[in-house]
Design a protein around this ligand. Sequence first.
Ligand code: DX5
Ligand code: ZN
Length: 248
Amino acid sequence: MAASDTAARLLVGAPHLSVGILTADLGRLDDELRRVERTGIPMVHTDVMDGVFCPMLTVGTPFVAAQRTSLLKDVHLMVREPLEKVGAFVTAGADIITFQVESASNPHRVLQVLGDAVNANDPARGIVRGVAVSPGTPLEVLVPLLDDLEYVMILAINPGWGGQRFHPGTGARLARVREMVAAAGCPILVAVDGGITRVNIGEVAALGPDVIVTGSAIFDGSSPVEANAAYMLAELTAGATRARPSEG
Ligand code: DX5
Ligand code: ZN
């Protein structure tokens, strides 16, 4: 099953949540991953920041490798010049690798390298290739890349700074990406990442993304993960029904 098959399977069951793991209790990583697995959520999202492309420094390949899970490892690279770094994340077991288009001097080359990569979890699966765009980046940068990727992630905040509000133009950007993907005729998943909480997930789901990334709404340090996940999944489903009434 090639990477595009993995993406196609995710498309069939869309929309999905991808759970940001960095706000989990990392001292009990295995337990936290088991709790997410039991919710039926298919993806775990790791935010890799190098402190150079963006001011925060987070985790790297050892942390991705330490995740012993059946969840799809959705790795979001916010690092300068990812070309030399993506191989190590493939080896660490990433299933989906999304890099910031702003971070690569040659994003097409990064996608080519990922297109030849073998998935360390299952050689038949390949790597789902993603590009992420920050709120201030013109979407036209995606046009020459669409034939070489399976995943586009629209950031609703600027990566690396906390406490930001969900960018109000995200809905229009999502609609524009949908048009571009339809014109390209490629099975590309469209995700939204950043600033998605209990309060706004319903309206974000109603915008019609295939994947919504959310971390602190699941691992909030007070309510049980299972309860948070159940709430977010219910809101996701309700919002998606508004976005896709025919499939409701
Ligand atoms: C922002 C990251 C997001 C974000 C998600 O730079 O890419 O993945 O941290 O986490 P929450 O849902 O906690 O904002
Ligand atoms: Zn992210």
